[in-house]
Design a protein around this ligand. Structure first.
Ligand SMILES: Nc1ncnc2c1ncn2[C@@H]1O[C@H](COP(=O)(O)OP(=O)(O)OP(=O)(O)O)[C@@H](O)[C@H]1O
Ligand SMILES: [Mg+2]
Length: 259
């Protein structure tokens, strides 16, 4: 469903994403983990036509974002890391606007909006302006909006940031259900390791723009001799940091392109 080969993104001299390759299967739940500034959001932006790559190849649902951007955009829904709702519109209007953009027929649109707004527990606030919402309510509405056009792939960039545990569980239950019943592929980032361990079928760890490990949570734990994904994550990223530092200090090598 997602194919990435030798993908690189440079901002001037700085390489934010450095020659990464991975595949995500149809119907898979895939976590993309990494420390702050590792290159997660930059990768998602390239996969979703918001940024063009410096080099490398992407295929999403069989389409190339460079040449088939419309087909790619119809294939996915997205919850951005940064809020992207219109504060001056109501919850319902935000959903309507999105549905219209995706050409969802009016009747279906209304039914789906009603259902999704109910799912995120905003039915009694559906006609309130978004600027009057709490952070968690806004996040819930963004998730509902991303699901409106029944995308084949759902990208979620730190979707649970700032959500209370109850809402987080509720959201993952819904996404897991969607994954089971509709076969929706889910690609998400999070800094909550226990969430990734519980939900994801496979995990990639990116650090300083490079993928340093990929596999199931058990694979990563085995590889590092640890008993939790959090410990595996820390072991992998600390090792990478130490190795990079040694190269820079003793061999005057750049910290990149080594693993
Ligand atoms: N438009 C840009 N111009 C210059 N540098 C950028 C730009 N966007 C991102 N970067 C840099 O690229 C690197 C990767 O950023 P990115 O947002 O992908 O990280 P991230 O893994 O999503 O981190 P976080 O967990 O903090 O969200 C960072 O060093 C960031 O400063
Ligand atoms: Mg990010």
């Amino acid at each position: 469903m997602i194919e990435v080969k030798n993908l690189t993104k440079k901002f001037g001299d700085f390489t934010a994403v450095d020659d990464i390759s991975f595949d995500v299967k149809n119907g898979e739940i895939f976590a993309f983990l990494g420390p702050n500034g590792a290159g997660k959001s930059t990768t998602i932006k390239m996969l979703t036509t918001l940024l063009s790559q410096t080099s490398g190849k992407i295929k999403l649902n069989g389409y190339d974002p460079k040449t088939d951007s419309d087909a790619v955009r119809r294939s996915f829904g997205i919850v951005f890391q940064d809020p992207s709702l219109d504060d001056e519109l109501t919850a319902w209007e935000n959903m309507e606007f999105h549905g219209a953009l995706y050409d969802i027929p009016k009747k279906v649109r209304r039914e789906r909006i009603e259902k999704l707004i109910g799912f995120v527990d905003l039915t009694d606030r559906k006609n309130s302006l978004v600027k009057e919402f709490s952070g968690g309510m806004k996040r819930r509405l963004e998730i509902a909006r991303g699901l409106l056009h029944h995308p084949k792939i759902m990208f979620l960039d730190e979707p649970t940031l700032g959500l209370d545990p109850q809402t987080r569980n509720h959201m993952w239950e819904y996404l897991s259900g969607l994954n089971k019943t509709e076969g929706t592929t889910v690609f998400f980032t999070t800094h909550y390791m226990e969430e990734a361990e519980r939900i994801a079928q496979r995990i990639a760890i990116i650090d300083h723009g490079k993928i340093i490990a990929i596999g199931t949570a058990d694979d990563l734990k085995q590889k590092t001799g640890t008993s939790s994904l959090e410990d595996a994550f820390l072991a992998l990223t600390v090792f990478y940091w130490l190795w990079g530092t040694v190269l820079v200090l003793f061999f005057k090598e750049p910290a990149r392109g080594i693993i």
